[in-house]
Design a protein around this ligand. Structure first.
Ligand code: NAD
Ligand code: DAU
Length: 349
C-alpha cells in the first residue's frame, strides 16, 4: 500500500494522471490536492470520484500550514507535482500569481517532503515541468536535457525557478527528486484558453480565430495520454536526480495546424470547405512570443523505452470529437470568469 500525492489533479494533464494511477494501481491511495482555480474542474474526474483508492483534498499549495498538515495526515510515499498556473498569456497580464503558485507553492511541497521523509530512500518527488524553460529555438536544433535554461515569459521564468529549487533540494538535502520537461500537450479536458480547444470552440460558434503575429511560431504537439504514460514511467523507473525531456517529434507551424484544424472541422460540422478558414484573424502578437519549441526525447526513449504511441491525425481527431461530444463541459468552464478573460485578451487586440 502506498499513498501518492498528485497536485493539480483537477486540471488538464493532472486529471488524466489521476485516472491512470487510480485505475492502474489499486494498491495506491491517490490523494488529489487542488485549489480548483478557474483551470481546475472536478467534472474532469467524474468517472473515478467514487473509487475506493481516490481522495480529493481542496487546498492551496501556497498555504504552508495546509501542505504540512496534509503530509502529516497521509504520510505520503511519493509526490507527482503538476499544480501550477499554466497559461503564458495570463502570466503576461498577472505575473505575481505565477510566482506564488509555481515557485512558492513548489518550495512549500519540497519543504514538507524534506521535513516528513526522515528516511527518503524509497520516496520520490516528481516535478512536472515544461520545455519553455529552455527559451526559444531558431529554425534548427532541438532542446536536450543539457540545453541551458533561458526562460522568457513570466510563466516559463516561474517554472524555471521551480525546477532550480527542485534540483537545489536534491543537491543540498538529498531529496529524491526527478523532473521532466514536456512540449505542448493537447487532448480532452484542456481549458479553452489554449490554442487547440480555444480554436475548436470558436469554430463551433463561428467566432474569429485570433492568430498571434503571422502564425509562424512552431510548437511540438503531444497527445496528453502519451504524456501521462511517460509520467507513469518516469515516476516508477526514472533515476533520482535526473531530468527527462518528453516530446512528440511533431512540429507544426501554428498557421499550418490551424488550417488543418479548419479543414477537419468543416467536414465534422458538415460545412462548406473553406468556411472555418474564413474565421482566421491575424491579431497583435503575444509579447515576447517564443518562436519555436522542439524536443529531443531520445533520453527517455533509450533509458525508459518511451515513445509517443499516437499518430497526430488520430490524436487530433479524438480531441475534436471529445469537444464536439461535450458541449456541456465547454459551457460550464466558459461561463463566469472566462468571459472577462476572453474580453480582456481578445477584444480590441
Ligand atoms: P492546468 O492549468 O490545466 O491545471 C492546473 C491545475 O493546478 C488546476 O487544476 C488548478 O486548479 C491547480 N492549481 C493551480 N494553482 C494551484 C494552487 N496554488 N494550489 C493547488 N492547486 C492549484 O495545467 P496543465 O496544462 O494540466 O499543466 C499541468 C502541469 O504540467 C503544469 O505544471 C504545467 O506547467 C505542466 N506542463 C503543461 C504542458 C501543457 O501543454 N499543458 C506542457 C508541459 C508541462
Ligand atoms: O510547451 C509547453 C507549454 O505549452 C506549456 O508549458 C504551457 O503550460 C502550455 O500553455 C503551452 O504553452 P504555449 O504558449 O505554447 O501554448 P498556447 O496554447 O497558449 O499557444 C500555442 C501557440 O499558439 C503559441 O505559439 C501561441 C499561439 N496562439 C495561442 C493562442 C491562445 C495564437 O496564435 N492564438 C491564441 O489565441
Amino acid at each position: 500500500m502506498k499513498n501518492i500525492l498528485i497536485t493539480g489533479g483537477a486540471g488538464f494533464i493532472g486529471s488524466h494522471v489521476i485516472r491512470l494511477f487510480v485505475n492502474k494501481y489499486p494498491d495506491y491511495t491517490v490523494v488529489n490536492l487542488d485549489k480548483l482555480t478557474y483551470a481546475g474542474n472536478l467534472e474532469n474526474l467524474k468517472d473515478v470520484e467514487n473509487a475506493p483508492n481516490y481522495v480529493f483534498e481542496k487546498g492551496d499549495i501556497v498555504d504552508e500550514a495546509f501542505v504540512f498538515a496534509l503530509f502529516e495526515k497521509y504520510a505520503f510515499d511519493g509526490v507527482i507535482h503538476l499544480a501550477a498556473e499554466s497559461h503564458v498569456d495570463r502570466s503576461i497580464a498577472n505575473p505575481m500569481e505565477f510566482i506564488h503558485t509555481n515557485v512558492i507553492g513548489t518550495v512549500n511541497l519540497l519543504n514538507a517532503a524534506k521535513t516528513h521523509w526522515k528516511d527518503s530512500s524509497d520516496k520520490r518527488f516528481y516535478h512536472i515541468s515544461t520545455d519553455e524553460v529552455y527559451g526559444s529555438l531558431g529554425e534548427e536544433g532541438l532542446f536536450t536535457e543539457e540545453t541551458a535554461y533561458d526562460p522568457r515569459s513570466p510563466y516559463s521564468a516561474a517554472k524555471a525557478g521551480s525546477d532550480h529549487f527542485v534540483r537545489a533540494w536534491f543537491h543540498t538535502y538529498k531529496l529524491p527528486v526527478v523532473i521532466s520537461n514536456c512540449s505542448n500537450n493537447y487532448g480532452p479536458n484542456q481549458f479553452p484558453e489554449k490554442l487547440l480547444p480555444l480554436f475548436i470552440n470558436n469554430i463551433i460558434h463561428n467566432k474569429p480565430l485570433p492568430v498571434y503575429g503571422k502564425g509562424e511560431n512552431v510548437r511540438d504537439w503531444l497527445y496528453v495520454i502519451d504524456h501521462v504514460h511517460a509520467i507513469d514511467l518516469v515516476y516508477h523507473k526514472g533515476m533520482v536526480g535526473e531530468t527527462y525531456n518528453i516530446g512528440g517529434h511533431n512540429e507544426w507551424k501554428n498557421i499550418d495546424l490551424i488550417r488543418l484544424l479548419c479543414k477537419i472541422m468543416d467536414i465534422k460540422l458538415g460545412r462548406e470547405p473553406g468556411t472555418s478558414e474564413k474565421l482566421i484573424t491575424y491579431v497583435k502578437d503575444r509579447a515576447g512570443h517564443d518562436m519555436r519549441y522542439a524536443i529531443d526525447a531520445s533520453k527517455i526513449q533509450e533509458e525508459l523505452g518511451w515513445v509517443p504511441s499516437l499518430q497526430f491525425a488520430e490524436g487530433l481527431d479524438k480531441t475534436i470529437d471529445w469537444y464536439l461530444d461535450n458541449p456541456e463541459w465547454i459551457k460550464n468552464v466558459t461561463s463566469g470568469e472566462y468571459q472577462n478573460y476572453y474580453r480582456e485578451q481578445y477584444e480590441n487586440r
